[in-house]
Design a protein around this ligand. Sequence first.
Ligand code: S3P
Length: 174
Amino acid sequence: MIENDNTIILIGFMGSGKTTIGNYFAQKQDLTFVDLDQYIERQESKTIPNIFNEYGEQYFRQLESKYLQECISKYEVIATGGGIVESEDAFKQLKKQKYVIWLDGNIKTLYDRVINDPHRPNAQNKTLEQLNNLYSSRYLRYNEIAFTKLQSDLLTTSEIYNELLNLIKATDQY
Ligand code: S3P
């Protein structure tokens, strides 16, 4: 069991495997897990595309930040959405957390995984160059808050799990 401020928070661009890895890690370690996007959808009784369409991205960012705070106090492992670093408030919350883990991957691989996914409004009708621009605009923000970065597209889920566990165990907090 870990303390709230030791919540393991996965960040990174769309398609980097945050939900898969978070879920796997939590199951293996017997920790509670939440996917922030799914939590927002449950709380608001609306899908992410509906929220974007009806209220716009800025409103979604406010919800994301509000529910991030709630999830940090309730869960031990959190998979965030790729745009969590867009909101100043969420960014500040994440900066205070110890175990912010950045899953990264080659942009072409991420592009192939998410392009035109109807559930991801920011991956709709984008060229590789446009998605790369979005990725680049977030890169330094991920970097600033991350405790560590894992190249998730080059490793299997269990390899990432082992790397993550070793990194966390190597700190004196766990
Ligand atoms: C977004 C990423 C999505 C989701 C929303 C916006 C983004 O999460 O939060 O569609 O702007 O990058 P995933 O990273 O899980 O796809």
